[in-house]
Design a protein around this ligand. Structure first.
Ligand SMILES: C[S@@+](CC[C@H](N)C(=O)[O-])C[C@H]1O[C@@H](n2cnc3c(N)ncnc32)[C@H](O)[C@@H]1O
Length: 178
């Protein structure tokens, strides 16, 4: 559950930064429960995906508890897929002026409760970075600050997002590639 809990705590701060980046198309290929997605201002076109179809189902169900809510309307308008690897989604939608937010599970941290069904914890940072660096549009990546050296530098600008976990101060890293 690590992968969802952490995001709930930083979602508003991350969303504020995403909102400052001009974009008409927003792509989140590892959307999880959509904490960051729902915290940000809607874009004209929104493309969401997660490898774990169970999570996508929960996100949709949750958003439409009240079928007339803004959340539910937004989710109905978005293009949502599941069971697809993030790289395929990026290949399909990435172009100039598209904003892609990548929020992968942090390498080495086990978070999936159903490992047999969805292999979502097997994502080396080197693979993610390879894809991130090649984005044609703007990319934003959340990751552990412990891996700062492998992520930040050159065209990739980084900042830290402070938050509290059970009262304890923690930090997340946010990398931006324009
Ligand atoms: C940290 S969570 C995302 C949390 C999300 N940003 C939020 O605000 O709730 C990481 C997600 O990446 C998904 N994932 C892991 N490997 C993936 C892959 N290869 N392709 C697509 N999604 C993947 C996991 O299922 C998980 O839901």
């Amino acid at each position: 559950m690590v992968r969802y809990a952490g995001k709930r705590l930083t979602a508003k701060k991350v969303a504020k930064i995403l909102d400052r980046i001009p974009h008409d198309v927003y792509v989140e290929p590892m959307v999880g429960l959509g904490h960051v997605f729902f915290a940000k201002t809607p874009a004209k076109v929104e493309i969401l995906n997660d490898l774990d179809c169970g999570v996508v189902k929960i996100m949709k169900k949750d958003a439409c508890k009240n079928p007339k809510s803004e959340k539910c309307e937004r989710i109905k308008k978005a293009k949502i897929t599941c069971g697809i690897d993030y790289k395929k989604i990026i290949k399909k939608y990435d172009k100039k002026k598209v904003l892609t937010y990548l929020d992968p599970p942090y390498e080495g941290i086990k978070s999936n409760w159903d490992q047999k069904k969805y292999d979502v914890d097997n994502l080396p940072l080197s693979d993610v970075m390879d894809t991130f660096k090649k984005l044609k549009g703007t990319g934003v990546l959340s990751y552990s600050p412990k891996r700062r050296k492998e992520i930040c530098g050159g065209k990739i600008k980084c900042r830290t997002i402070p938050f509290k976990f059970w009262g304890q101060p923690r930090k997340d890293l946010l990398a931006i590639k324009k």
